[in-house]
Design a protein around this ligand. Sequence first.
Ligand SMILES: [Zn+2]
Length: 84
Amino acid sequence: MKLTAEQTTRALNALQHFAPIECSVCKHKEWAINDYLFEVRDFLGGGLTVDRAIVIPLVVLNCKTCSNTLLFNAVQLGVVASAG
Ligand SMILES: [Zn+2]
């Protein structure tokens, strides 16, 4: 799902509490927020099961120097209300 401008602003405002975030790989502190919201789901034996899956929506940050990736729970950041 593509983030709206409002959702991007909410994510960036929430992440400001941790700024500057130092990259654990290259030690630089410049990040790009991905335009899309991603998700991880629980493993249910390898099959694609949608109706019973636990889904965690994620805001993705990429280090502008080394491309290290950070994942933040979008519900906890206040970007989306819930996974369902
Ligand atoms: Zn980096």
